[in-house]
Design a binder for this molecule. Structure first.
Ligand SMILES: Nc1ncnc2c1ncn2[C@@H]1O[C@H](COP(=O)(O)OP(=O)(O)OP(=O)(O)O)[C@@H](O)[C@H]1O
Ligand SMILES: [Mg+2]
Length: 286
């Protein structure tokens, strides 16, 4: 089961995250990145964090430890930022906590090399969960103690926004051309051979069981939280066996090296190119 902790102090917002996650301290003396049920993205992103994060861990991928965190909005009363106040007020009860990795750096594909085997495992996993949020623009990976860590599995399993189309959605391909690790020649076939057999009904049932009932209750079309859990298990199980055949990895995605603007280089621009050319010419004459 997921560890359960209680938030004791709101430390600071993480403004780089679209859902305004916050760093909090908890009663186990741990420091966590907290994601809120009251955020605009809704509670399904937290369900996705639990199911995908815990599944990733079971597949041997590095995902920081997850916990369910109880919040009494009173801890935010002295928080000066109104947006944060409102988020805390809207999020009383159970929220998601991820172990904070102190001193970690955001993954930079130009500064950190990933071997094809590891890149393959991450790309295959992202294809399985249909992660649309691990592009080179927004890698959602951290480097910590020299290792790659996966974070932010909120934008995955698109089918849970339309359960009626879940089966058809699970059969769809996964375009990994824009994936942050696409340029590292991911060995997806080896990853599929190693990881797909681990995605069993038992494992999926166990990770789905870790989602708190209150994040699943009242889902339209389902009688009980367990019925929703079952739907997650079936969708992922249907995808695990053959998703590697439907991964597109067209042109290796090369992060664009920042280029100086045209007006600076003079490329194709009449101004101030001529002036710069004159200066250069003068310099050449000397
Ligand atoms: N476990 C962690 N340890 C350290 N820093 C973290 C951790 N989790 C998240 N962060 C930092 O917080 C930022 C936002 O986190 P995250 O991407 O999970 O939030 P989000 O709101 O889902 O973001 P997005 O805008 O990508 O949807 C990350 O880019 C990273 O800098
Ligand atoms: Mg993110």
């Amino acid at each position: 089961m997921l560890k359960e902790v209680t938030a004791t102090r709101y430390v600071t917002p993480l403004r780089e995250g679209g859902s305004l996650p916050g760093i909090v301290e908890a009663d186990d003396l741990g420091t966590y990145v907290m994601k809120f049920t009251g955020a605009g993205q809704g509670r399904k992103t937290l369900v996705a964090e639990v199911i995908c994060g815990r599944l990733g861990q079971r597949l041997g991928l590095r995902v920081p430890e997850l916990a369910v965190i109880a919040l009494d909005p009173v801890i935010g009363l002295s928080e000066p930022d109104q947006e944060v106040q409102e988020l805390l007020k809207a999020s009383g009860g159970l929220n998601l906590a991820m172990d904070f990795l102190p001193g970690s750096l955001g993954f930079d594909p130009l500064a950190y090399e990933v071997d094809p085997a590891e890149a393959g495992r991450v790309v295959w996993f992202d294809a399985l969960i249909n992660n649309v949020d691990r592009s080179w623009r927004n890698p959602n990976m951290l480097v910590w103690h020299g290792d790659l860590w996966l974070i932010d599995h909120g934008a995955t399993m698109i089918w849970h926004h339309n359960w009626k189309g879940a089966q058809a959605s699970a059969a769809k391909p996964y375009d990994a051309s824009d994936h942050a690790l696409a340029r590292f020649r991911p060995d997806v076939a080896a990853a599929a051979a190693a990881l797909a057999p681990l995605v069993t009904e038992d494992v999926l049932t166990a990770v789905a069981a870790e989602v708190p009932d209150e994040w699943l209750a009242g889902e339209p079309g389902f009688e009980t939280p367990d019925a929703v859990r079952r739907a997650y298990v079936e969708a992922l199980l249907a995808r695990a066996g053959s998703i590697h055949e439907r991964i597109t990895l067209n042109a290796p995605s090369t992060p664009r090296t920042p280029q100086p603007p045209g007006w600076l280089t003079g490329n194709g621009k009449p101004w101030p190119h001529p002036a710069r050319t004159q200066t250069t010419a003068k310099g050449d004459e000397q």
